[in-house]
Design a protein around this ligand. Structure first.
Ligand SMILES: [Zn+2]
Length: 530
């Protein structure tokens, strides 16, 4: 394959030895030169393809360090409840869908958020069951930590009034009868009755998600929890040559615990980490807190697994060369997750473990320095902060908010942070993530100085968390994360110089091309010779 030379570009390399360049040479899947137009073009072999980038900006390929590919692909098939302003509106959207769905077939919806409704109480099934009696319905909250089922789904799932709360979950009840609401682990009581997704269907959903990710400039996704079916789907996509985005996958704990797996590296797909979910989320008050919620004095959330199970999985993971990536939102969950890793490291003595805490949202001050001390990476989602900041005020209260989304404190303590979006919970657009990291403001600029603005990141820090540190967090920093000689050619081309424009420009910036492994896998309005 002839060399591809991109020139007349504004290249931010994130390589300290050469932070800026105007031309880059791609030879196969790797970068073979980075420099200035004149030198690069003079050295070009006669058969090289040259492309005038007309001043567009190039950054290292952006990675989303925490997303859910298959769920994202499935979003298109589910009823989108994200913008519903009331439970009545949710019910109406589902009723509309039911008219186009064969009787008896499951209808799934996702994205409701009672915090956006005037009545902020969690929904129950009555209204839904009345409007949609002939289809089983399952509607998951925006954070995926709560779901509501209608009467038809309750009947299929066979949930009697005597059902007890499973460990790590709550079955909502009114007068001793299930009211349709299920929190965290209790959601499995309904979910396990929804027909499984096949490998074939999973491939279709992953490819749909891949298109949506390449189009926003993502070159890599850390898929935050996959089951055996999804793993099989990825491997088939690699074998067929249709995986075009780089994927670093975390295995679901259930699958990891039941299977004898070794780290996998096949083409653009790699998998050497296990995802453990230790608590719920703030919105449904499932995040495990050390002290009760400020807006619900008798609730403090709950841990989703026992300390023994937690220790066992982490011990086995570290001993078998797997990275441990633990979902922890509340200060209690973060503390326990750090304790478990600390104990396991003492026992197994793994030096290069790169354990991660996914979300690392609400920390007790004493625990923040433990990340750097233990070598634990904080895997954050900047947009979670800007979507949830006002809710965090009421859930946590003023005493605790200094430990909420404490990005600057992490960096100052010497910890490493990586960024993602948790799509489909949030938009997968990494430029929106950068905007949130820089401003801690909503898209309409609220609050005017940013929410706890002392925790904002600089553009360089934020960009690092989407590139170099994401590469480190997936053991790929020698191959990915900066535009340097010999690195794999993953890059994102933008129409806006994000380094020299105000943060608002990130909201409007367009992706012109996405390059993975030297191949242009997405392009939009790029010069016609491509
Ligand atoms: Zn997630």
């Amino acid at each position: 394959m002839p060399q591809l030379i991109l020139h007349n570009a504004n290249i931010h390399t994130l390589d300290e030895s050469r932070p800026h360049a105007t031309a880059i040479t791609i030879d196969g899947d790797r970068i073979s030169a980075v420099g200035d137009d004149q030198i690069i073009l003079e050295a070009a072999p006669s058969d090289a393809t040259t492309m005038d980038m007309r001043g567009s900006t190039i950054v290292p390929g952006l990675a989303d360090a925490h997303g859910h590919m298959r769920n994202f692909g499935m979003m298109a098939e589910m009823v989108n409840l994200r913008h519903a302003q009331s439970y009545e509106e949710v019910v109406e959207l589902v009723r509309e869908r039911s008219q186009a769905t064969p009787v008896g077939q499951w209808i799934q919806g996702r994205g409701w958020n009672q915090e956006n409704w005037s009545d902020k109480s969690l929904p129950t099934h009555a209204l839904l069951s009345e409007a949609v009696p002939n289809h089983p319905v399952w509607l998951v909250r925006v954070d995926a930590h709560a779901g509501v089922a209608n009467a038809n789904a309750l009947r299929i799932s066979g949930i009697p009034g005597s059902t007890l709360n499973p460990a790590g979950g709550i079955v909502g009840k009114d007068k001793d009868q299930p009211n349709g609401l299920f929190l965290d682990k209790a959601m499995d009581l309904v979910r396990s009755h929804i027909p499984d997704i096949t490998v074939e269907k999973s491939k279709e959903l992953l490819l749909a998600a891949q298109e949506l990710c390449l189009a926003v400039g993502l070159t890599q996704v850390h898929d935050a929890g996959i089951d055996g079916t999804t793993l099989q789907a990825y491997r088939e996509l690699v074998a067929e040559g249709s995986l075009k985005i780089r994927v670093y996958a975390m295995l679901d704990r259930d699958y990891f615990d039941q299977t004898d797996v070794s780290p996998i590296q096949e083409g653009l797909f790699s998998c050497r980490s296990v995802k453990i979910v230790s608590d719920g989320a703030l919105g449904s008050r499932g995040a495990a807190l050390l002290a009760p919620y400020s807006d619900a004095p008798y609730e403090s959330g709950f841990m989703l697994l026992s300390r023994d199970d937690f220790d066992a999985t982490v011990g086995r993971a570290l001993a078998s060369g797997f990275q441990v990536n633990t979902h922890a939102i509340g200060d209690m969950a973060n503390r326990v997750s750090l304790d478990v890793v600390e104990t396991a490291l003492r026992k197994h003595g793994v030096s290069d473990h790169r354990s991660r805490i996914e979300h690392a949202q609400h920390l007790h001050m004493d625990d923040i320095p433990r990340f750097a001390k233990l070598g634990v990476i904080a895997s954050i989602q900047p947009t979670h902060c800007t979507s949830d900041m006002f809710m965090a005020d009421s859930r946590l209260g003023p005493q605790r908010t200094p430990g909420a989304y404490p990005w600057r404190k992490f960096l100052d303590s010497g910890a490493r942070i990586v960024s993602g979006s948790d799509f489909p919970v949030e938009s997968n657009n990494p430029l929106w993530g950068l905007y949130s990291a820089l401003t801690r403001q909503s898209h309409d600029g609220q609050p005017s100085d940013g929410w706890r603005p002392e925790e904002r990141l600089t553009l360089y820090e934020a960009l690092r968390s989407f590139t170099r540190d994401a590469a480190y967090a997936s053991f790929q920093e020698h191959e990915l994360g900066s535009l340097s000689l010999g690195m794999l050619a993953d890059l994102t081309v933008l129409d806006t110089d994000i380094a020299n424009e105000p943060p608002q420009a990130l909201l409007e910036a367009k992706v012109m091309a996405t390059v993975v492994n030297g191949e242009i896998v997405y392009k939009n309005n790029l010069t016609p010779n491509l």
